[in-house]
Write a protein that binds this ligand. Sequence first.
Ligand SMILES: [Zn+2]
Length: 504
Amino acid sequence: MTDAARTLHTLTLGQRPVGRTALRARWIVGHAQGGHRLLENAEVVIEGQRVLYVGPAFPGEVARRIDLGEVLVSPGFVDLDALSDIDTTLLTVDYGPGWAKGRVWPQSYLDRGPYEMYAPEELDFQKRFAFAQLLRNGITTALPIASLFYRAWGETVAEFEAAAAAAGELGLRVWLGPAYRSGGIVCTAPGKLEPQFDEARGMQGLDDALAFADRIAGSFDGLVQPMLAPDRVETCTLPLLRRTMAASAERGLPVRLHMAQGRMERKTVEALHGTTAPRWLAANGLLNDRLIAPHAVEATPEDLQLYADHGVTIAHCPLVYARDGEMLRSFRKCRDLGIRIGMGTDTAPPDMVLNMAVGLMMGRAAEGGAAGLSTAEIFDAATIGGADALGRPDLGRLAPGSLADIAIFDLSDPGFAPTIDPIQTLVFGATGRVTGAVFVDGRLSMCDGKVAGMDIDAARRQVQRQFEGLLAKYPDRTWGHPALDTLFPPTYPPGLMESDMESA
Ligand SMILES: [Zn+2]
């Protein structure tokens, strides 16, 4: 058991403690005068859903005072592209090309009628599992993302009703919106990828998403908020994006749209619209400060200037790109242009600390030195940057009046010795597994790896079973329908050891 967990045993998992709770800690990241401030041997007092006080010993009365010891009390992370399904990027990074490995629908699969890879109850379960993983990594606000490659078309309202309930029950703050699209990329011959569109289907998806948004806004004590989530830009038509942005303006909803994020997207958008995605949107008046755009790794200098001019936020997910040898070029250039940067996990492990570590290294590599990015800048992106993208100054920072969304990191981990600065220690340590406890909306949502109402070990086994069910369907939806054992060859060739052969 971690230090944080030991000291929090008097609180009930999943519950908001009654009365004021003072959390005393070696280190606290507070917020004052427009930025994070580091406090040593200080207290955070929470009352109800909110933070009442941050500073040296609180002079007022409290119902309980908990000395957390050698921990860092931090604002919980805001994850703008939060992994919410069973991760499938592991099926792409080491195996390619995508069209030959089931990552692009073959025409034969489209003709037979695409189908859901998962049963409805499996979709519900995997979101619940993913939400638990986010909490276990100190993420308190999430904008879920999942791949549509494995869906009949878009995400469904039914699964998002279930996701809202899961977030409410587990105690995770979410912005939810089922992903919709008017088209998809189809493999019509080996290596030949073509977009195909169904405008009516896209519009129906948007209508359903808007009805859902109106219904769930502010539910579960405000824990669940709506967003609009059109899928990747190359799968959206101009009318769909126009209506999306008009509805977003009317309702004040954030919109997340993947663009300037992949080579296939760049080629497809160039072929369809004769330009880059950001320039296409800008030319149609569709870039604005409600737009959150993962991942910008393919953005041109002109694209980035357009983001800066229109207040677009980049959702920066360094881990998933670093694995592919790609990176944002660069964090420094974006910040110098005045572009807001928030962060996302996007892949497994959904670990924001690891993403900060990789982001720091890649940001410095991109600029050829440590001046490329500071530890404070990457920590700001994972907290303040995401909160500001959502227009929520009461998230991403700990100050009187802010919501009590708190992550507690154990600094007593032996792997963290020695230490000179707690933020540097956390980021260099590069693992969210030191997350001892998490409060969301004043509730103790995670403690010692546990979340309310879930057996994590049993859940892990179920994830693997569901993933194997997905794999079994792979040949059916891969060009040429190759046998499963040829799709994903092992890291090393399978073989016997000499001693095995002797005994055989
Ligand atoms: Zn993404």
